[in-house]
Design a binder for this molecule. Structure first.
Ligand SMILES: Nc1ncnc2c1ncn2[C@@H]1O[C@H](COP(=O)(O)OP(=O)(O)O)[C@@H](O)[C@H]1O
Ligand SMILES: [Mg+2]
Length: 308
């Protein structure tokens, strides 16, 4: 097949996207596809219209590459692409909207409130403190990879954390902090049935206090443990929650769901990533490998889903 890999882009995750895209290109070449790499931040979409590939492989992360914008452009061009469509991408990227869906369908997620920059920081702080309180996590609603996130332990730290988050976007999610074991569950559509299936549950052990940007992307600053060291009931519940989350947001192809399992073995869904990292040391490829699905086979399954 002729496959265009979109990588780079102008989001804060550009560098990671280039790493994912490079691994994807190498994998697709091993599979004997005809591969071109294009960067939407550098005229790539115009070239794409001329190249007319059989399928577009999205190795973009964050921003317009993951929030439905590129997906909409590809719909207009009539090109099949990997991963989720416009609506699921937009819902998943917006943490506040995701939470509304989780709450509507009964997916367990930490209590939260959304505050807006337009309300003013003083009002936002009062609302956050009344409705959630500390300890809490303050997240810009439309950012990924832990950009602009704040962990607040004391009341007096809430306002500066909100100010920081508002500098990244107009809406901010304030969420109860859940202590526990951090896990992530990849979801992949079965090439046989087309149904989404959970990969093995992967436990993340960050060497920093939190799984922040540095811990995520600096080699050696976090460990992946598969299977996660949680009890069998919690393990199964994480897998079923991940598939339910994928389905509730209307995702396609693949995704990865971030979960915290608290000390009483209750899993809490944090978010779903529609375009999770695809470097060979990324979380989803690692979980796939533990399920006996090698990197190239994973790419084939993702492409098969896109063409279905
Ligand atoms: N409610 C929470 N309780 C405890 N830790 C959290 C909570 N929300 C986020 N975190 C931590 O912050 C990290 C990033 O949060 P997440 O919601 O996954 O956003 P993103 O990965 O898009 O930055 C998580 O992997 C987790 O380590
Ligand atoms: Mg996350």
């Amino acid at each position: 097949m002729k496959i265009a890999v979109l990588m780079g882009g102008d989001s804060s995750e550009r560098e990671v996207s280039i790493k994912s895209g490079t691994q994807v290109r190498l994998g697709l070449e091993r599979l004997n596809h005809d591969v071109i790499c294009l960067d939407p931040a550098d005229g790539g979409l115009n070239e794409l219209a001329l190249a007319k590939p059989d399928v577009v492989f999205l190795a973009l992360h964050g921003g317009k590459g993951e929030n439905g914008a590129i997906q909409g452009a590809l719909e207009l061009m009539g090109l099949p692409y990997t991963g989720s469509g416009v609506l699921a991408s937009a819902l998943a990227m917006d943490k506040a909207m995701s939470k509304r869906v989780f709450n509507a369908v009964g997916i367990r997620t930490p209590g939260s409130v959304t505050v807006n920059r337009a309300d003013g920081t003083t009002h936002a702080t009062r609302k956050a403190s009344e409705e959630v309180g500390v300890p809490c996590v303050v997240k810009p609603s439309c950012q990924g990879s832990t950009v602009g996130i704040g962990f607040v332990k004391r009341d007096e730290d809430l306002m500066p954390a909100l100010e920081g988050a508002f500098s990244h976007g107009p809406a901010v999610l304030v969420e109860q902090f859940i202590a526990g074991t951090e896990v992530t569950v990849g979801v992949l559509e079965s090439p046989v049935s087309g149904e989404p299936e959970a990969l093995p549950v992967l436990e993340i052990v960050a060497k920093n206090e939190y799984y922040d940007y540095d811990a995520k992307y600096t080699p050696g600053k976090s460990d992946h443990i598969i299977p996660a060291r949680i009890n069998p009931e919690a393990y199964e519940e994480c897998q079923s929650l991940a598939v339910r989350t994928h389905t509730a947001l209307g995702c396609s192809g693949y995704s990865r769901v971030d979960i915290i399992v608290d000390p009483s073995n209750t899993p809490w869904v944090l978010e779903l990533n529609t375009l999770p990292g695809l470097t060979q040391v990324s979380l989803l490829p690692d979980a796939a490998k533990a399920a006996g699905i090698g990197f190239d086979e994973l790419l084939s399954a993702i492409i098969a889903a896109a063409l279905r």
